[in-house]
Design a protein around this ligand. Structure first.
Ligand code: ITT
Length: 197
C-alpha cells in the first residue's frame, strides 16, 4: 500500500521508509508541483495539536489534485529535556538550526539531570478515517557529540534501551527499533490492521 508522507524533512521520510517498509508499506513524500506542504504551525507546546493541524492542512493541500483520496501521513516530533522544562520541545527544529548540538551541550554544562525524551505524534488519514499514535523514546543527553548517523539531536541522544551509544552511533535499523518515530509508526500500523476498525 502507498502512503504519502507530508513533510519537508527528508530524514523523517528515510526513517518512515525503514519502519513502514518492514510492514509492507511503500512510503513516498507528498509533493505537489515539486513542493511539500508549507505548514503554518499553531502556537502551542503540544505536538499532538500541531500534528492535527498538519493533517488538516495536508488534506486541504491535496484537495482537487490527483492525490485526493490517497493515504496521507503526518508527524510532529521533538526533543524534550526534563531539566529545561521540556525545552526545546515544539521548537526543536528551530533550536537545531540555530544553536545546534553544541549549544544544547553548553546549556546543560554543570546540570546533573540530563534526562530527556524524544516524542513523535503521527496521524494517518486513510479512506475517510484517522489513526493517530504517540511514540516516546526516553534517554539522556550525552556530554559530547558522538557519531555521524541519523540527524538533528541524534549525536547527543543516548536512548535508555541501548548500550550507551548515541543514536548518532547506531545504524538506521537499530535506531528505528528503539526510536519515538519507529514506535509511533508501528503502533499506528497495529491499529490499522485491527479487524474491528
Ligand atoms: P515537517 O514539519 O515538515 O515534518 P520538521 O523537521 O520541521 O519537518 P518538526 O516540526 O516535527 O519537523 O520538528 C522536528 C524536529 O525535532 C527535527 O527537525 C529535529 O530537530 C528534532 N527531531 C525529531 N525527531 C528527531 C530524530 O529522530 N532525530 C533527531 N532529531 C529529531
Amino acid at each position: 500500500m502507498r502512503v504519502l508522507f507530508a513533510t519537508s524533512n527528508q530524514n523523517k521520510i528515510a526513517e518512515a521508509k525503514t519502519s513502514l517498509g518492514l510492514l509492507g508499506y511503500n512510503v513516498e513524500q507528498l509533493l505537489i508541483d515539486g513542493n511539500p506542504p508549507d505548514f503554518i504551525e499553531p502556537q502551542t507546546d503540544e505536538i499532538e495539536i500541531i500534528s492535527k493541524s498538519k493533517i488538516q492542512q495536508s488534506l486541504a493541500f491535496i484537495s482537487g489534485t490527483e492525490f485526493e483520496g490517497s493515504s496521507i501521513l503526518v508527524e510532529d516530533s521533538g526533543l524534550f529535556i526534563e531539566d529545561l522544562g521540556d525545552f526545546p520541545g515544539v521548537y526543536s527544529s528551530y533550536v537545531e538550526k540555530t544553536i545546534g548540538n553544541k549549544g544544547i551541550i553548553k546549556i546543560l554544562d554543570n546540570i546533573s539531570n540530563r534526562r530527556a525524551e524524544y516524542r513523535a505524534y503521527s496521524i494517518l488519514y486513510e479512506n475517510g478515517k484517522y489513526w493517530s499514535s504517540l511514540g516516546i523514546c526516553s534517554g539522556k543527553i550525552s556530554t559530547e557529540i558522538r557519531g555521524f548517523n541519523g540527524f538533528g539531536f541524534d549525536p547527543i541522544f543516548i536512548p535508555d534501551s541501548g548500550d550507551g551509544r548515541t543514536f548518532g552511533e547506531m545504524s538506521q535499523f537499530e535506531k528505528d527499533s528503539k526510536s519515538h518515530r519507529g514506535k509511533s509508526l508501528r503502533i499506528l500500523c497495529d491499529e490499522l490492521r485491527r479487524p474491528s476498525k
